[in-house]
Design a protein around this ligand. Structure first.
Ligand SMILES: [Ca+2]
Ligand SMILES: [Ca+2]
Length: 198
């Protein structure tokens, strides 16, 4: 079970620890990537985000998140529901890299009507879309796609269009994570629409 407490990442509380001990605590999987920026600090094979495809202004990309991998479970991103908790992502994810030649205000919308998320009884947040400035996962580098929903059951499908907004500087790479899928629910297709205003 992975820890999802923000405090463990952001501060050590009142406990005094020496420099060496602190470094150990901040790199739980000993992959030399500090836990404060490690996209999965329980998996040595995962450090930074790796994109399967590029995204640009005006793009519309359709895929199935079940074709993705399960490399990130707890995102270094503060939950919009509980500011002392980190975000828990879905079972699978697909990562895209957005960039623009000119600075732009970007909105990426997830057409998620047929995307399955976590089982309805899961305690986790139901977040399917996150955008991260850069390939490393710093807590203050992420934007969360909202509205989230936690009420999706096999009997309650319908329109669900979370979107995430951010400002991208020219040539700055933003990593967009689509997360979801259920092992017993079959395909979880989605479409990402990218809109920009300069
Ligand atoms: Ca690490
Ligand atoms: Ca790692």
């Amino acid at each position: 079970m992975v820890s999802r407490a923000v405090g463990a990442l952001l501060a050590g509380g009142c406990l005094w620890v020496g420099p060496g001990e602190l470094e150990d605590r901040l790199d739980l999987d000993a992959d030399q990537v500090p836990g404060t920026v490690d996209c999965n600090d329980t998996l040595p094979s995962v450090g930074a985000l790796e994109a399967i495809a590029d995204l640009a202004c005006g793009d519309s990309i359709s895929a199935d998140v079940m074709d993705g991998e399960d490399t990130i479970r707890v995102a270094n991103c503060v939950s919009p529901y509980d500011h002392e908790d980190l975000l828990v992502l879905g079972l699978y994810e697909q990562v895209y890299r957005f960039s623009s030649e000119v600075a732009a205000d970007v909105e990426i919308e997830l057409l998620a009507d047929d995307l399955w998320l976590l089982p309805p009884d899961a305690e986790d947040d139901a977040i399917a879309l996150v955008a991260n400035r850069g390939a490393q996962c710093e807590v203050d580098a992420c934007e969360i796609g909202l509205p989230a929903t936690d009420a999706r059951s096999p009997d309650a499908r319908g329109e669900w269009r979370p979107s995430v907004q951010f400002h991208a500087e020219a040539a700055e790479g933003w990593y967009v994570v689509v997360s979801g899928g259920r092992r017993d629910a079959g395909p979880s297709p989605y479409t990402l629409d990218v809109r920009c205003a300069e």
